[in-house]
Design a protein around this ligand. Structure first.
Ligand SMILES: [Zn+2]
Length: 277
């Protein structure tokens, strides 16, 4: 089958799944199957950009970027997503490489299982190649809610896929599948995003959150936030990086968690996000 035909099939599969509905409630039997299949579906975020959502509340994101006869994976989600990620990449023509937005446990989870070279920013290599599911600068004691604070060490270990061998590095200005690499240090030292000026699409990993990580729930629709300082390598730089993203005036911001932010006035939304903590 040609690649074009494969992609058409993917779209048809997604449309078929969407018309069946996702059955969000506690349905049994067929409902459960429908929910599972819907969770497998790739969502088209922009031209040549596919999103796979999975694991915890479906809030863990992996992006696949069409690149010639295959795809590049941006961010690696959690370990539990490895089979779906492999199936998705195969359906899109085959995986060429994985580029990590950053090395946190819930962003490197599938990377050791994908059987392709894994790349990241030079400032993430040490953490990516470490066994630790909690990076040394994280300070969970800053999280405001006790049960969330206590739960995270277990969640991070469960999400993690372990140490990742880094084959090569990318820095600001490099190109990945038609996108430009931008450096957004702060939440992690070597956090990177991908930017495509032509349609103002930014894929930014954890530069900005659409979740309240201190309470493990999504933010109200349309709201964004600089990540909580508990996770930050340098919180002041994290705020600067959110402002750097705002100044791009993106139309689509594909984040590491929850459905991408879309709209014409995202600059304002993101400038407010930088002030959250
Ligand atoms: Zn992170």
């Amino acid at each position: 089958m040609t690649i074009a035909a494969t992609r058409q099939t993917t779209r048809i599969t997604i449309e078929a799944l969407q018309t069946k509905g996702t059955g969000g409630s506690l349905e049994r039997g067929g409902g459960r199957l429908r929910r599972y299949r819907a969770a497998m579906a790739l969502e088209k975020v922009a031209d040549g950009v596919w999103l796979l959502r999975g694991d915890f509340r479906g809030a863990m994101n992996i992006y696949f970027l069409e690149d010639g006869d295959g795809v590049v994976q941006f961010d690696a989600g959690t370990r539990a997503m490895r089979k779906k990620a492999k199936a998705a990449a195969a359906e899109l023509g085959g995986l060429k490489r994985v580029v990590l937005g950053h090395a946190h446990a819930d962003h490197r989870g599938t990377a050791p299982y994908m059987d392709v070279p894994v790349l990241c920013h030079p400032d993430e290599v040490t953490d990516a190649e470490s066994d630790a599911a909690i990076t040394p600068y994280m300070d969970l004691s800053q999280l405001p809610v006790a049960w969330v604070r206590m739960l995270y060490p277990f969640l991070l270990k469960r999400w993690d896929g372990g140490a990742v061998k880094i084959a090569d590095t990318v820095i600001e200005g490099d190109e990945v599948a038609g996108f430009k690499v931008l450096h957004f240090p702060g939440h992690a030292p070597g956090l990177i995003g991908l930017w495509r000026e032509s349609d103002r699409v930014a894929l930014v990993s954890d530069v900005v959150y659409l979740v309240d990580s201190g309470r493990l729930k999504p933010l109200p629709h349309g709201e964004a936030s600089v990540p909580h300082p508990a996770w930050a390598w340098d919180h002041a730089k994290a705020k600067e990086s959110v402002r750097k993203l705002a100044a791009l005036e993106p139309r689509v911001v594909g984040t590491g968690h929850e459905a991408p932010l879309q709209g014409e006035n995202l600059r304002e939304t993101l400038e407010r996000a930088a002030e959250k903590y």
